[in-house]
Design a protein around this ligand. Structure first.
Ligand code: MG
Length: 379
């Protein structure tokens, strides 16, 4: 059970259609960035995990910080490795895939999926169809009909026009056309801003409160990332002023940020993502904080198939998770494109649920041929 080697595979897989995401306005995404860690144990187990960035920073500390931290350790020394990674994150952000790949080894060693190692609360998780771009009302109504016909019972729209009342017009029309057949969340992507080609108007507290009140009348279940990720007081005031659930925390890391969210009362729904927060070990500690406050977990998954696989294991391990994000915005963001680095895509059943894979570990396998074909760096 000792770790004898650890490898980093960086790949850039071209997207067949550029994707105009709301979090990167004016700069459509043209590639899937895969940074995959492979952990090898002395009994021949290979564990994998991958993040959605090119992780050149992680490559920079691979020999100096990552290899010395894990090689020679038992795969059960998670607490020690997790603490080491929190320190390593001072030099390279989000090294958490190292810890997640070790959990994949642990699951394979025990012949159990990770969610069962963590407690195994449920065998399937309700998924909502998450769109990530701005489209016309007509196109979004078509998408909504498609989601309903495929079994989804929930979907998420984005609000990211310069004028949020433009967003509201689309949201109103789509909800009206749905006529109660599907439930809605809205994501404003105000927690951080890509300082790229096009800036988008930032919301302040007054705008967020007005928008939330409009959503109340439309029966929207949650409003996600309505304010900056560290505007603790603003988020708390917004949450206290509306009956719409406020969601966020997807890009936040470490226990302390979540402790502060809870202290201030920022969110009803936490979008904790194991690949962003600090791996499974930290994600489980954060989940305990959320559960103790009687709040909900609905993990973020807008990374790719490997990230979805990790978030699913967390979601299925606890009763405080009612649903999970399923990133799906055809034709550009098909689930087959999202999961192209896996040997099989993660599918939603005809009743809107993802049934948990009973394969050990993360429950997915890397498509090594594709990852090698588009490799930009191997360490
Ligand atoms: Mg989000």
């Amino acid at each position: 059970m000792k770790i004898v080697d650890i490898k980093l595979h960086l790949s850039e897989i071209p997207l067949s259609i550029p994707y105009p995401s709301t979090w990167n306005p004016g700069n459509p995404e043209t590639k899937l960035f895969i940074s995959m860690v492979e952990v090898i144990t002395d009994d021949g187990i290979h564990g994998y995990a991958a993040a959605c960035d090119s992780s050149q920073l992680l490559a920079g500390i691979w020999d100096s910080h990552i290899k010395p931290l894990v090689i020679g350790k038992e795969i059960t020394q998670i607490e020690e490795i997790s603490t080491g990674l929190i320190n390593a994150a001072q030099y390279a952000y989000r090294p958490w895939i190292v810890e997640i790949a070790i959990w994949d080894c642990l699951g394979k060693y025990c012949d159990l999926p990770i969610y069962k190692l963590l407690g195994g609360a449920k065998a399937r998780v309700l998924a909502y169809a998450s769109t990530g771009s701005l489209k016309s009302t007509e196109e979004r109504i078509e998408d909504m009909e498609r989601f309903i016909s495929e079994g989804f019972t929930m979907m998420k729209l984005r609000a990211h026009h310069d004028d949020p009342w433009e967003d509201l017009k689309v949201i109103e029309k789509v909800i009206e056309a749905a006529n109660g057949r599907i439930k809605f969340g809205v994501d404003a992507n105000q927690a951080w801003f890509f300082t790229g080609k096009k800036s988008v108007a930032k919301w302040d507290l007054k705008k967020a409160i007005r928008f939330a009140h409009e959503l109340e009348d439309l029966g929207v279940i949650w409003l996600e990332e309505p304010l900056h990720q560290f505007d603790y007081e603003g988020l708390a005031e917004l949450r206290a002023s509306t009956s719409v659930s406020i969601a966020g925390g997807e890009i936040n890391s470490h226990m302390h940020q979540f402790r502060d969210f809870i202290k201030y009362g920022c969110y009803d729904i936490y979008n904790t993502d194991p690949t962003f927060v600090g791996g499974f070990h930290v994600a489980r500690k954060v989940t305990a904080l959320i559960e103790a406050e009687n709040k909900l977990l609905a993990p973020h998954t807008w990374t790719h198939g490997f990230g979805l696989a990790a978030s699913l294991q967390l979601a299925a391990s606890t009763d405080c998770c009612p649903f999970i994000e399923y990133c799906y915005d055809p034709p550009a963001w098909e689930y087959t494109q999202r999961d192209v680095m896996l040997t099989e895509p993660i599918r939603v059943d005809s009743d809107g649920y993802i049934t948990m894979s009973q394969k050990p570990g993360l429950g997915v396998d890397p498509n090594m041929e594709l990852i090698d074909r588009y490799s930009v760096l191997k360490l």
